[in-house]
Design a protein around this ligand. Structure first.
Ligand code: SF4
Length: 493
C-alpha cells in the first residue's frame, strides 16, 4: 500500500456547526466552473469511476455533477467496483442509520483498497460536513484518500489531482455559507427526466434537521440561469423536469437586485416547451397565494404537491420550529384544493418527536384524515447529533414509536387505496419510463401526479407519453390497459 504522509492541516477547515448557525448577510458569489486545462482532461484516460449515492435527490443530482466532472477528466463510468480507479461515496447525514450504512460501506471497501493501492477512495456529501464524521475517518479509516464537502464539488479536479500525485489524504471541507457555481458539467441518469437545482441550502433550522448545517444558507440561482438550463433540456428532448431545493418556496428571497419569487419562476417555466414540471421540496411556511395562482394555470405544471407537514399538533410543530400551526397548514391545504380541485397532495410525517403525547399523535392522525394525502413518507424520530432536538429528552419508548408508525401507515394505506380506487376505469396520461422491474413483459410509467402505472404495451412506447385505462388500482401502484388510439407523440422543445 502506498505510503501516505498525514499532513492534513494544509487542507482541512473543520466544519463548525455553531458557525453554520450564525447566518451572515455575506454576499453570495455566483462563479463559473472553470474550463479544465488540457492536462487535467487526460487524468482519467483509460480509467473508470464509480459513485455510490446515499440519501435524497439533492445527493443524486450532486452525483450527476461529479460524474460530469469526472467524465470531463477522461474517466468512464462502471458499475463494477473491481474495475474502478476511483470510487466516491456520496453520503447522507439525515439519520443516524444512514451514517452507519456509510461507515459499513467504507469498511467493506478497505479490502479492495488493500488489493488495489492505486484505487482512489473518496468520501463526500452531507456527512463529510460533520466534524465528528471527518474526525472518525481521520482516526479510524486512514485508507480513505479524499474527503470533500458539499461546497467543494467544483474543486473535484484539483482535489483528485492532489490525491493522485501527492499520495496524502486530501481533506477539503468548507464550512462556509456557500456560493453558487454555474456551468457545472452533468451526466444525467436518463434522457427523459431531469433534476434542476434552483436553490441551495436552508435557513429554516427545523430543530430535528441537520441540513441547514451541512448545506449552507439559502441561496437562489439566477432565474436566467435556471431558465436557460430548462430550455436546453427541452431542446434535448427531456420530457420532465423537477425543480430542486431544500425549500423551493423560499426561492428568490435572497435576491438583493430584483423581486422575483418561486411563483414568478414557475410562471416562466410554464412557458417553456417541456411537458411536465415538478418541484420538491416545499415548506408550507413560504407557500404563497401567488404560487397557488400560478400552479392553478396548470399546462406543464403538474397537479401534484409534496407538502411536508411533519406533525398535526401545533405544540409539536412549535417545538420542531416549523413556524406554522396545524390551523395555518390546513388553511393552506384548503386554498390549494379550492384552486386545484384534483390536486394530489403527499407529505412527510415524523412520529415520536420528544414529548409527543398520545393526544398529540392523535392530532396527526386526524390531520391525515382531513387532508387525505395520496401517499406519505413516514418516519420514526431519531435524534441527530448537533441539532437542537438532540438536546431534548428522547422520551418516547421505541415500542410506542413503532406502534404509532404502524397506526399512521395503516391509516395512510386505507386513504391511498381509496384515492387509487377512484381512478378505476379512468384513462390517465402516462410517461412511459421503461420495463417494469419485476416483469419485462410489462411497461412502467408515471401519471402527472407521479403515480406508478404498470401495463402491457409495445416497447416503442418507452420514452413517450401514452394513455392507460386503470383496471386494477392497488394501494401503492396502478395496473391498467394500454389505450392504443390515444398514444401521444413525444413532445420536444
Ligand atoms: S426546511 Fe426544515 S426539514 Fe427541510 S431542510 Fe430545512 S431545516 Fe431541514
Amino acid at each position: 500500500m502506498s505510503q501516505k504522509t498525514k499532513d492534513m492541516s494544509r487542507y482541512f477547515t473543520p466544519p463548525d456547526l455553531k458557525a453554520a448557525k450564525k447566518r451572515g448577510k455575506e454576499q453570495v458569489s455566483v462563479l463559473e466552473f472553470e474550463s479544465l486545462p488540457e492536462e487535467m482532461r487526460e487524468i482519467g484516460k483509460g480509467k473508470k469511476y464509480l459513485i455510490k449515492t446515499f440519501g435524497c435527490q439533492m445527493n443524486v443530482h450532486d452525483s450527476e455533477t461529479m460524474a460530469g466532472i469526472l467524465e470531463l477528466m477522461g474517466y468512464e463510468p462502471t458499475e463494477t467496483e473491481a474495475d474502478a480507479s476511483i470510487i466516491l461515496i456520496n453520503t447522507c447525514a439525515i439519520r443516524e442509520n444512514a451514517e452507519d450504512k456509510v461507515f459499513g460501506e467504507i469498511g467493506r471497501l478497505k479490502t479492495l483498497k488493500t488489493e488495489n493501492p492505486e484505487l482512489i477512495l473518496g468520501v463526500c456529501g452531507c456527512m463529510s460536513q460533520e466534524e465528528s464524521v471527518v474526525n472518525r475517518i481521520l482516526q479510524k479509516h486512514q485508507f480513505v484518500d479524499l474527503i470533500f464537502g458539499t461546497h467543494n464539488i467544483h474543486r473535484l479536479p484539483h482535489l483528485l489531482q492532489e490525491a493522485l500525485f501527492s499520495k496524502e489524504m486530501v481533506v477539503e471541507v468548507w464550512s462556509k455559507e456557500g456560493d453558487i457555481i454555474e456551468n457545472l458539467p452533468k451526466v444525467r441518469e436518463d434522457g427523459l427526466k431531469a433534476w434542476v437545482n434552483i436553490m441551495y441550502g436552508c435557513d429554516k433550522f427545523c430543530t430535528y434537521c441537520i441540513v441547514p448545517y451541512t448545506r449552507g444558507k439559502e441561496r437562489s440561482r439566477r432565474p436566467e440561469d435556471v431558465l436557460a438550463e430548462i430550455r436546453e433540456l427541452a431542446r434535448k428532448g427531456y420530457q420532465e423536469v423537477t425543480l430542486l431545493g431544500q425549500n423551493v418556496n423560499a426561492y428568490g428571497k435572497d435576491f438583493t437586485d430584483r423581486t422575483y419569487t418561486f411563483g414568478d419562476l414557475m410562471d416562466d417555466v410554464r412557458k417553456i416547451g417541456i411537458p411536465r414540471v415538478r418541484f420538491t421540496t416545499s415548506h408550507p411556511r413560504d407557500f404563497d397565494d401567488h404560487l397557488i395562482e400560478v400552479l392553478a394555470k396548470r399546462g406543464n405544471l403538474v397537479e401534484h404537491i409534496h407538502l411536508p407537514v411533519q406533525s398535526g399538533n401545533s405544540d409539536i410543530l412549535k417545538r420542531m420550529a416549523r413556524k406554522y400551526t396545524r390551523e395555518q397548514y390546513l388553511e393552506l391545504v384548503r386554498k390549494i384544493k379550492k384552486a386545484i380541485p384534483d390536486v394530489v397532495l403527499t407529505t412527510d410525517i415524523i412520529v415520536g418527536f420528544p414529548g409527543e403525547t398520545d393526544e398529540q399523535f392523535e392530532d396527526t392522525l386526524s390531520l391525515m384524515r382531513e387532508v387525505e394525502y395520496d401517499s406519505a413518507f413516514t418516519f420514526i424520530y431519531s435524534p441527530r447529533e448537533g441539532t437542537p432536538a438532540a438536546k431534548m429528552k428522547d422520551d418516547i419508548p421505541m415500542e410506542v414509536k413503532k406502534e404509532r408508525l404502524q397506526r399512521l401507515n395503516k391509516l395512510q394505506d386505507e386513504i391511498s387505496r381509496k384515492k387509487n380506487e377512484a381512478l378505476r376505469g379512468k384513462v390517465v396520461e402516462v410517461l412511459v419510463e421503461g420495463e417494469s422491474k419485476k416483469n419485462s413483459e410489462v411497461l412502467s410509467g408515471r401519471t402527472r401526479t407521479n403515480k406508478l402505472v404498470n401495463f402491457k404495451g409495445p416497447k416503442h412506447l418507452i420514452g413517450q407519453f401514452t394513455h392507460v385505462r386503470i383496471t386494477e388500482p392497488q394501494t401503492y401502484t396502478l395496473k391498467g390497459e394500454w389505450v392504443e388510439e390515444m398514444t401521444v407523440s413525444r413532445v420536444s422543445g
